[in-house]
Ligand binder design. Sequence first.
Ligand SMILES: *[C@@H]1O[C@H](CO)[C@@H](O)[C@H](O)[C@H]1NC(C)=O
Ligand SMILES: *[C@@H]1O[C@H](CO)[C@@H](O)[C@H](O)[C@H]1NC(C)=O
Ligand SMILES: *[C@@H]1O[C@H](CO)[C@@H](O)[C@H](O)[C@H]1NC(C)=O
Length: 199
Amino acid sequence: MQGTFVTFAVALALALGTASAGVVFDRECPTGIEAKQYFSVDQYLGKWYEMQRYESEFELNFDCVQVRYSLNEDGSVEVSNSAYNLFNGSSINALGRAVLSFPEEEIIQGKLNVSFFGAPNDRSNYWVLDTDYDNFSVVWSCEQLTPQQSEESFWVLSRTPNPITDRDILFRIHTIMRRYIDRAQVRFTRQLDDRCPVF
Ligand SMILES: *[C@@H]1O[C@H](CO)[C@@H](O)[C@H](O)[C@H]1NC(C)=O
Ligand SMILES: *[C@@H]1O[C@H](CO)[C@@H](O)[C@H](O)[C@H]1NC(C)=O
Ligand SMILES: *[C@@H]1O[C@H](CO)[C@@H](O)[C@H](O)[C@H]1NC(C)=O
């Protein structure tokens, strides 16, 4: 029973944007945060490696995190998240579905509603703040828990498992992090460990 719950919770945390995937702050969700404009789902598809994230209780100890986005026949995006626990060798996979949050907007923003295990796509919980599609993506989300508390999630994704070294790309990532991210809560994901599986 306990094991089932933990597995489920971890999969949920990996859902990139669901509750329990992030850091709780004693404040309302910040406003005025802009997602990427003229966002292209097609260019965003494919495989991504998680490089950094806000640590969470449930994602604790999971590394080698990979995400694969592919197009479903109905135009939605299939989300497949995988991760490996370097401490005990267990791996997990979570399958989900994503849709653009506001597909009717004149200027499409990088906001998506991601859900797992067939749950409804009723929350705009995956905001791409910046991406060049070919190298990196910075993703953020916030969920209001109570009027005084909110939970934020944050991920830096890369197209390769290698550390990001390009100065222009690092500048773009750091520009966002300086504005919105509490660096003390950020954890680097191990991707180059020999034990990381090929998902
Ligand atoms: C490994 O650790 C994770 C998270 O702490 C836990 O959910 C999982 O059940 C563990 N697996 C094994 C095989 O011990
Ligand atoms: C996505 O979620 C938001 C609520 O956060 C909702 O307003 C919007 O209609 C949803 N989009 C779709 C396509 O379901
Ligand atoms: C970004 O990705 C493209 C496509 O893979 C590659 O050609 C380019 O060198 C990458 N840029 C950097 C700075 O790594």
